[in-house]
Design a protein around this ligand. Structure first.
Ligand code: ADP
Length: 153
């Protein structure tokens, strides 16, 4: 099954939304393949957000993403990258569709609840950046036969 990577950002920890966000992913049928808490630092954020380091708002991202520890997770399921990005919604919470996580839980462009990998290649790189192989678990949910048709597996 495809894997994707998410970060529950500090604002999500501070606002007490960890359970609400993770519940959405679980209820959708995504399998938690790995999950842990860690403190981000500037070095890893410069690599994770390499496409943004030259933006004027990058210092704000650094401060915000290091404000508390974060929760990182690997979610698995068919087309997991696209499914999770669709559930996450547009970058700016004020423009994200209702029903998406950002659309339902946030008001900010920067403090937007959750990071989600935007491609299969980036998901692979991000999982390798944040997780050791032994921290990712390959198990089958007993619900799998009810979540997918036989020809989807
Ligand atoms: P996404 O998280 O939707 O994939 P990006 O990769 O473009 O979006 O941006 C990474 C993160 O940087 C965003 O989630 C958001 O927290 C922050 N960010 C992006 N654009 C802006 C902006 N114009 N002003 C402030 N923060 C921003």
């Amino acid at each position: 099954m495809e894997q994707t990577f998410i970060i529950l950002k500090p604002s999500t920890i501070i606002r007490g939304l960890v359970g609400d966000v993770m519940t959405r992913f679980q209820r959708k049928g995504l399998r938690i393949a790995g999950i842990k808490m860690l403190q981000l630092d500037e070095d890893i954020l410069r690599r994770h957000y390499a496409h943004l380091v030259d933006k004027p708002f990058f210092p704000l991202i650094l401060k915000s993403m290091m404000a508390t520890p974060v929760i990182v997770a690997v979610l698995a399921g068919k087309d997991a990258v696209t499914v999770v990005r669709t559930m996450t919604g547009a970058t700016n919470c004020r423009k994200a569709d209702p029903g998406t996580i950002r659309g339902d839980f946030g008001m900010s462009g920067q403090e937007n609840i959750v990071h989600a990998s935007d491609s299969v290649e980036n998901a692979k790189a991000e999982i390798e950046r944040f997780f050791k192989p032994e921290e990712i678990f390959d198990y089958t949910l007993p619900t799998q036969a009810a979540l997918y048709a036989a020809d989807e597996l």
